[in-house]
Design a protein. Structure first.
Lengths: 580, 327, 336
């Protein structure tokens, strides 16, 4: 997925990137837990007043690829399958039919999916008519726009004929057939997580009225909703307003309650001002920022405020990537030697790193590739130490076995500001204990990826690097996680995400198996095996399962978090009192 | 006088050209590729090439500059869109899918409100304090005035703004939530919402004016013509009011013009702290999103205002000081 | 009763370096229609003397008495003094360009003074201003009245100042080096003008200058000051034909003379520098520069004593009267 785009947004708001929390040492659980929530006593009406620091990337469903984008799209876009935020636990991470009328029909070989489109779902004005199968085809084709290509292409390329369409060799996508109220999708290879993939807003239907706008920033200003709301106005970097889709029929939409009448967004506020405005009740919720560090203690302990406060494990991970091939080796340091990488895993003081990111609110020490929201995640630690503080003796021993009894110097890359900068310092200190010195080269923001980590040619420069990643969807989201990061077939010369150039043929084979395995339990077991196998090779030193904090105003009720957007479900909450 | 203005206007045009070349070339020296930053990761090289083409980045630099001056139609109305066309297109933002000029004009009322209101307050705060201080040098009130000036000059704007917001909005609830209400919607509400922001800017600037007025007055008080005025038997009130003040405040007019001209380019910090969607806030968003055309456009726009106000101030000064007029 | 009677005037200024005794015991009296010339170098205290009489010496501590028509100017309330300034006692200054406000028209500045003291309409005051400008010889006064100071030439400017000073027919006009900043030819014109106006209006004049040549025609009496102190007082004839002080001799000698018989002559200056008013020399302040210095001069300060030829002629010098006469007749006078 996107490299923590929420980081980029909040980065402007001074070192607050992803300060997450768990109350108490063991992460005291999420408060309130994800999903579920009270149903029934909802109050209709009112305007949900959102405030924001920066802007959304796109509102056009073809291109939005961020937490903010996905969370807003819940308001106005529907998909074939989507999530039900009233479910709890692991069930919350399994998609259910939304615009599909009943469960999809899946062929035996898991490559053909047939959907019947629900009747009676009408487009908001100025759209006309009902949502048809053709609208889905249009939506996918728009992802291949030449000037604003979608980040979801890596998913839509699973569909047969998509790449030929993209190359201009075909006028239609052969694997995407709309016939009446039926949509048939044929994949090139079996994909057991395809229904989860379809629940990403990339695959929303798009009405024919959208064709008069350019894909991307243009249509973002004019999106037409199929959900309970539609866009009234969007002034980039300034404001947004969503109003009710007057043609929306709640009977056709069991997943969205849509209590509020209107949603407004005001952009351009500093995080402190956002916190104050929400606390005073002059705004209801933040679109893209988390409460300032200084407020967290207060918000989590004050009897009234803590009812408006929540900490969630997001499913994102923070880790140090390390070079695994000779391409990353320098005369002083052979990072391709697994013992060196294992030594790093042992040496790290993950509590110090946690503190660098903001303490228990910021996350829990990590030791696996998969994260808690992903199917197949298990707790294990191949490089354990007491209290996650690191095992200096073991690390030194491994280094000696690798031929570096006096220590080693590694080329390290990271960001130069905010929490990232503090992590650099903490890592340096941890590793210094065992004789590993980091020669740091720091970058500003995304340049870390575009100018270093993403370029295999610079492998020697980033023998070790500080990185983070989020899955695009929970549950079966391992495809968006392991494949780009640790599958050797994903390596590309620029914009690469397998930073360490990890190449394990056995793992690749297992990945293909997992992606095709129709049985959920077996799938989970396979991913679990892959996780362990990868960690034995130690291309990573994971250190934190990210957490995010949320705060809302007193009148917001039924705030439910979902891993699908890494945000609250805006269609599930209501306002009491409901004026304004 | 007219010849003088015409000559100055020619200089204005030359200066603006020079600035446009400077800002344009500056961006080519910056690291980062705007095309790369607007495609999703994993985009194919062909896609990247297409996006670069749309943004016009695949052309040689001088060509891109010429396009900037008189360029292809990017707006979609079949008219060439460049700085030299009408309406002058300061660039095209691919992020907002909007000509930069439109974005700026949309934000300008907010910044103008901020500038004018702040100017009003810093004048009515700064000048009287400066005058009172100058009339009794080294007295207690003079020292108090200089203390105020020191405070105002030293206090960082963001700290003052955040502090005022915290005290008067969050704690006391006297001020409304930071936001902007257009003037024609409700003048009273407009002023109410802007008041703390005005104060934030005004306190710092007033300090400068206090010091300047005080210094000018103390200097002028020693001038020969002030001695003559007293020798003529004029009342002290008249000596101060008509003779000393007239000479002391004339330089203030020039400072005022320049300060307002600069503010119209965007009071970046204040706008962000108070959540006002002005030109300054737009600049910050543009920088965060690497929206180069907007940044370029705002720089040119701000430069235009500063230069124009420079000119206005010179003309006004000539109107106020007869010696300048006839030289 | 004299129009203006100044007794034991002392003016001191506090500075960081010490107390400056700018004026140390000046006495003079002025009658109607009379002209007093106060002569001395820069720093002699001549300007400060008159400024402090008018209450314009900023920051100075003034002692003594200055009776104007019987009332002590130094003890008047601000309002009383203001009524006197401009109307009864007017003052013109050395540099008319800096002494007039650059931003206001000349006519307006004259009108301003008139209206400060007399009730009349703006138009009447303006007409009066035009008349005054005509009187002092400014051509096209109806036009020039609306000009700014920098639009006048130096001489015209000074005439305008004179016009302004005499607008209300004051009893006394104090002219502080009015010609120093002007060309020699213009100087003569301005001095002429002042004399003419004095005849016409009967104004008493105090003419302050460093140039003995300037007061040659116009002064009735001359007061020579040095180092803040008066060192010789005499009527004009005595000062020029029978001066009784080495400093006065020096001043007379240093006037440049024009004419064929004087070509090739060096300018005679008084050697040495004016004294510091904070640390005055002991005894006679002039002794370091006096060619006829005696021992007693270094120890005792000479008092103003009659010079012998008439009671009004006073000089402060330890040389005996005979000595002074001899030196004057034999040594100094021939060189003039």
């Amino acid at each position: 997925m996107h490299r923590l785009k929420v980081v980029k947004v909040a980065a402007i708001a001074a070192c607050l990137a992803m300060v997450l929390a768990a109350c108490g040492g063991d992460g005291g659980g999420e408060t309130p837990p994800a999903g579920g929530g009270a149903q029934g006593q909802g109050v209709k009406g009112g305007t949900l007043r959102m405030v924001a620091n920066a802007d959304v990337d796109y509102l056009d469903t073809a291109d939005a690829y961020s937490t903010v984008g996905f969370s807003l799209e819940r308001l106005y876009s529907r998909q074939l399958y989507s999530f039900d935020s009233s479910k709890t636990g692991n069930e919350l991470n399994v998609p259910v039919p939304d615009l599909a009328d009943g469960a999809a029909q899946i062929s035996n070989d898991n490559t053909t999916f047939t959907f019947k489109i629900r009747k009676g779902v009408k487009w908001a004005p100025p759209g006309t008519g009902e949502v048809t199968a053709e609208d889905f085809v249009r939506g996918v084709k728009r992802m291949y726009d030449k000037t604003t290509p979608s980040g979801g292409q890596s998913y839509s390329n699973l569909i047969q004929g998509a790449e030929e369409f993209a190359a201009g060799k075909a006028k239609e996508i052969s694997g995407l057939v709309a016939s009446g109220d039926t949509l048939t999708i044929t994949l090139k290879k079996p994909a057991s997580d395809f229904l989860s993939i379809l629940s990403m807003p990339f695959f929303s239907p798009v009405p024919k009225e959208a064709e008069k706008y350019k894909v991307g920033a243009d249509y973002s200003k004019h999106v037409i909703g199929s959900g309970p709301y539609t866009l009234k106005e969007y002034v980039p970097t300034k404001s947004m307003e969503f109003i009710r889709n007057t043609n929306w029929d709640p009977a056709t939409d069991p997943l969205r309650k849509a209590w509020v009448d209107r949603v407004t967004v005001r952009e351009g506020l500093e995080p402190d001002a956002i916190q104050q405005t929400i606390e005073s009740g002059d705004a209801d919720i933040s679109m893209d920022t988390i409460p300032p560090n200084a407020a967290l203690q207060r918000l989590s302990t004050d009897p009234q405020l803590k009812q408006q406060f929540s900490v969630q494990t997001t499913g994102c991970t923070r880790y140090f990537t390390m070079g695994t091939t000779s391409a990353s080796d320098t005369p002083q340091a052979k990072i391709s030697d697994v013992k060196v990488r294992q030594a790093v895993n042992y040496a790290l003081d993950k509590v110090a790193l946690q503190r660098a990111r903001g303490g228990p609110f910021a996350g829990d020490p990590a030791s696996t590739v998969l994260t808690p929201t992903l199917l197949g995640y298990q707790k294990f630690d191949l490089y354990p130490s007491a209290d996650f503080k690191g095992d200096v003796a073991k690390a030194k021993q491994l280094l000696t076995e690798a031929g570096y009894p006096n220590g080693i110097t590694l080329n390290y890359v990271g960001t130069n500001a905010g929490a990232g900068a503090r992590v650099n310092t903490a890592a340096q200190a941890s590793l210094q204990r065992v004789g590993i010195t980091l020669k740091q080269k720091l970058f500003s923001g995304f340049a870390l990826y575009t100018d270093s980590l993403g370029l295999p040619a610079k492998a020697k420069e980033h023998q070790m690097g500080n990185a983070g990643w989020c899955p695009d969807y929970p549950g079966d989201g391992a495809r968006s996680f392991i494949v780009p990061l640790l599958d050797s077939r994903s390596i590309i010369p620029a914009g690469n995400s397998n930073y360490g150039l990890y190449d394990n043929a056995d793992v690749n084979t297992k990945i293909d198996q997992a992606l095709a395995e129709p049985d959920q339990a077996k799938r989970g077991a396979l991913w679990g095996e892959i996780d362990k196998q990868i960690m034995e090779d130690a291309p990573w030193a994971p250190y934190l399962y990210d957490k995010t904090q949320f705060f809302w105003s007193k009148r917001v009720k039924n705030w439910i978090w979902t891993a699908w957007s890494n945000e609250a479900d805006y269609t599930a909450m209501w306002l009491n009192p409901n004026t304004p | 006088m007219v010849r003088y203005i015409i000559r100055r206007l020619i200089w204005v045009v030359i200066l603006l050209f020079a600035i446009s070349v400077l800002t344009f070339s500056m961006f080519f020296l910056l690291p980062g590729d705007p095309a790369q930053q607007s495609v999703p990761k994993g985009a194919t090289p062909e896609t990247l090439a297409q996006v670069r083409h749309r943004m016009g980045l695949d052309q040689p630099v001088y060509r891109q500059y010429l396009n900037f001056l008189h360029g292809p139609d990017l707006v979609g109305n079949d008219k060439p869109s460049g700085v030299l066309n009408w309406p002058p297109n300061l660039g095209y933002s691919f992020r907002n899918e909007q000509p930069v000029l439109d974005t700026i004009l949309d934000r300008l009322p907010v910044t103008a409100s901020l500038a004018i209101g702040a100017a009003f307050f810093w004048l009515i705060i700064g000048i009287p304090i400066g005058i009172l201080a100058a009339l009794r040098p080294r007295s207690l009130r003079d020292r108090a005035a200089m203390g105020f000036a020191l405070f105002g000059v030293s206090m960082p704007v963001f700290l003052l703004g955040i502090g005022l917001l915290y005290i008067f909005y969050f704690k006391l609830r006297w001020a409304p939530a930071p936001s902007y209400v257009p003037f024609w919607e409700n003048p009273l509400s407009w002023a109410n919402h802007l008041f703390l922001a005005w104060l934030t800017i005004a306190l710092g600037t007033a300090a400068l004016y206090t010091r300047m007025v005080r210094g000018n007055m103390m200097e002028v008080a020693g001038e020969d013509y002030v001695r003559t005025a007293r020798a003529k038997g004029l009342t002290e009130r008249r000596v101060v009011g008509k003779h000393i003040l007239r000479s002391s405040l004339t330089p203030v007019v020039t400072m005022l013009g320049l300060d307002i001209g600069t503010l119209l380019g965007g009071a970046i910090v204040t706008e962000r702290v108070f959540g006002l969607p002005g030109v300054g806030a737009t600049t910050i968003s543009a920088i965060a999103e690497s929206d180069l055309p907007v940044i370029q456009g705002v720089v040119l726009f701000a430069a235009f205002f500063v230069i124009m106000f420079n000119l206005i101030v010179d003309v006004v000064y000539a109107a106020l000081d007869p010696r300048v007029r006839y030289s | 009763m004299a129009l203006l009677e100044v007794t034991d005037l002392r003016v001191q200024f506090r500075t960081d370096d010490g107390i400056v005794k700018a004026v140390d015991g000046v006495n003079f009296s002025l009658d109607r229609g009379q002209t007093l010339g106060i002569v001395g170098e820069s720093g002699s205290g001549k300007s400060v003397t008159c400024l402090s009489i008018m209450g314009l010496a900023r920051g100075g501590r003034v002692g003594g008495q200055a009776l104007f028509q019987g009332k002590d100017l130094l003890k008047m309330h601000a309002d009383e003094l203001r009524a006197v300034r401009g109307k009864q006692i007017a003052m013109i200054f050395q540099d008319p360009l800096s002494s007039l406000h650059p931003f206001y028209k000349v006519g307006a500045q004259i009108v301003e003074m008139i209206l400060a003291h007399e009730k009349m309409s703006k138009k009447e005051a303006r007409d009066r201003a035009i008349d005054l400008l005509r009187l002092v010889g400014v051509p096209r006064p109806d036009r020039r009245v609306d000009d700014y100071p920098h639009q006048f030439s130096g001489g015209m400017r000074q005439r305008a100042m004179i016009a302004m000073a005499l607008a209300l027919d004051p009893a006394v006009l104090i002219a502080d080096e009015p010609t120093t900043a002007l060309d020699v030819t213009v100087q003569a014109q301005v001095l002429d003008l002042i004399e003419r106006l004095q005849h016409e209006f009967g104004t008493a004049i105090i003419m302050i200058t460093h140039d003995l040549g300037v007061v040659a025609d116009i002064a009735d009496d001359v007061l020579v000051m040095y180092g803040g102190k008066p060192i010789e007082i005499a009527d004009r004839r005595s000062v020029y034909y029978q001066p009784h002080h080495p400093y006065t001799w020096g001043l007379l000698q240093s006037i440049p003379s024009v004419g064929a018989e004087h070509t090739g002559e060096k300018l005679r200056a008084i050697k040495g520098m004016p004294p510091s008013l904070i640390h005055l020399p002991t005894g006679c302040s002039f002794h370091p520069r006096c060619p006829y210095v005696m021992d007693v001069c270094k120890k005792e300060e000479p008092h103003l004593l009659p010079a012998g030829d008439n009671g009004a002629h006073l000089s402060a010098c330890h040389l005996s009267i005979d000595e002074k006469q001899r030196i004057w007749q034999q040594e100094v006078a021939p060189t003039r």
